[in-house]
Design a protein around this ligand. Structure first.
Ligand SMILES: [Zn+2]
Length: 254
């Protein structure tokens, strides 16, 4: 059930999943706090290594969890499909022997993040999305146009959720198992649409209700997060998943 703990005698605790967006050394204004500098991401990944942790894509994390080998893993996700993921995040992930999931706005391939009112950032084209997958990272869907899905009509849900999966599967010639709700905006209808479209799992934004496989929580990493903040976010995750909160929800960043 949406927003409820998984049933079973011993509820599986999902390891922390971090949420990044743009990874860039740019010093342009960043009003929505979407940009983490490559040097900072490098420090975060180095910290994980020092703690004996390895960052992996959300798909890999869930597979490992099912097989009882998720110990020592954390999830790394990058929203929207900015071209800077290839330029800055991929080399760092490779250097640290880690992988991540890139959630792409499939209706904006080769375009920009026109859904928000901040600086325009380029979105990958089809070739670049394929290059991400070839480099060993997971590609997931982040809808066609980045709308809020809570309260959306069934036809709009089908188009945003289902069509984006078809577009990306056509680009990759491979299955796309993961979905990410823009702005973390979801409700029972949106989660049902994601399930119906054939996805395997979906993640929300900074929402620590331990939901089911289609409302997996993530921890937002801010542009100024130090390694101490990253540790604090992991501790907070551990604390929160042990104390389930009622209900689903819709949060406003991401
Ligand atoms: Zn987004």
């Amino acid at each position: 059930m949406l927003g409820q703990p998984q049933v079973g005698s011993a509820r599986t605790v999902t390891p922390p999943v971090f949420m990044y967006h743009s990874i860039s050394p740019s010093t342009e204004p960043d009003p929505h706090r979407l940009r983490v500098a490559p040097a900072r991401l490098d420090r975060h990944l180095r910290l994980l290594s020092r703690l004996g942790l390895r960052g992996v894509s959300l798909g890999e994390l869930l597979r490992a969890q099912e097989q009882g080998r998720a110990r020592g893993l954390v999830g790394l996700t990058f929203d929207d499909g900015y071209t800077d993921f290839l330029d800055h995040a991929v080399p760092l992930l490779e250097r640290h022997g880690m992988t991540g999931t890139l959630y792409v706005v499939a209706g904006r391939l080769g375009g920009v993040n026109e859904w928000d009112d901040g600086p325009r950032l380029p979105i990958m084209d089809a070739d670049q999305v394929r290059a991400v997958a070839t480099a060993g990272h997971e590609v997931g869907s982040h809808t066609m146009t980045h709308p809020r899905l809570a309260g959306a009509e069934p036809a709009a849900l089908a188009a945003e959720v289902g069509e984006s999966r078809r577009v990306l599967e056509d680009v990759l010639q491979a299955e796309v198992p993961g979905f990410c709700y823009p702005y973390g905006s979801f409700d029972a209808g949106a989660a049902d649409a994601v399930r119906a479209a054939g996805y395997d799992h979906a993640c929300v934004t900074g929402d620590y209700d331990p939901g089911d496989r289609f409302t997996l929580p993530r921890s937002y990493v801010s542009p100024v997060d130090t390694t101490v903040h990253v540790i604090a976010r992991m501790v907070r995750h551990r604390f929160r998943v042990r104390r389930p909160l009622p209900g689903g929800g819709s949060r406003s960043s991401g």
